[in-house]
Design a protein around this ligand. Structure first.
Ligand code: FAD
Length: 187
């Protein structure tokens, strides 16, 4: 299975980096893995278009071609990122803005969007809010799952929210990594 990991964290020694390593170390040999490390790539998250560079031309933007090729290649997506201000980091949002563009990832219908992509997805997020509050929180990965990936045709989408991450003990964090390892082995 062609598996594309899209990862956003600026610190290679972060807990998110440990999540990434746990996933890549535990995926079975059935996966052909490609990684998009947005900070390592120095990805420019700012979407730009105007009269001279119309929005419809974004489907052929040479700056994002390699990412569109990877998205087309992928049969399974794994997104790994921390929750910042209730949602994904700006660099991840900019990746979606610039790569999942109209005409490539979806087209507009009278009432909604019709997706052009396929495959399934696994989203892994980390945050500090306790687990009992998370189900009531807006976004926290749910926007990527429901409004973005599903609208573009990617489903089913599973989310693992690693909660309270800076507040729990080292041992509890290790348990969370062990659960991620178990899931990675099974997908
Ligand atoms: P790190 O800070 O790298 O690590 C967290 C802890 O894990 C540290 O104690 C570290 O020593 C330890 N650790 C590192 N590696 C390992 C390992 N291999 N095994 C065990 N322990 C390890 N949170 C919310 O809930 N809601 C918000 O809206 C929100 N907004 C934020 C906005 C901003 C701009 C920022 C910077 C943070 C925000 N946060 C919010 C908190 C944020 O979600 C957490 O800081 C983040 O998820 C922690 O992940 P990290 O990879 O950065 O952890």
């Amino acid at each position: 299975m062609n598996t594309l990991i899209v990862y956003a964290h600026p610190n290679p020694k972060s807990f998110n980096a440990a999540v990434l390593k746990t996933v890549t170390d535990n995926l079975s040999e059935n996966h052909f893995v490609q990684l998009i490390d947005l900070y390592a790539d120095n990805f420019d998250p700012v979407l730009r278009f105007d009269e001279d560079h119309p929005r419809r031309s974004l489907t052929e933007d040479p700056a994002t071609q390699k990412y569109r090729d990877l998205v087309t290649w992928a049969e399974q997506f794994i997104f790994i990122f921390p929750i910042w201000w209730s949602g994904m980091p700006a660099i991840m949002k900019g990746f979606i803005d610039r790569v999942f563009v109209a005409g490539f990832a979806y087209h507009n219908t009278k009432t909604s969007l019709e997706g052009h992509l396929s495959g399934k997805a696994w989203i892994i997020t980390t945050h500090n809010t306790p687990a009992f509050i998370t189900p009531f929180a807006q976004d926290y990965g749910k926007v990527l799952k429901g409004q973005i990936l599903k609208s573009c045709g990617i489903r089913p989408v599973k989310i693992n929210q690693l909660t309270g991450i800076e507040k729990i003990s080292d041992q509890e964090r290790q348990k969370k990594l062990a659960k991620i390892a178990q899931t990675a082995k099974k997908i």
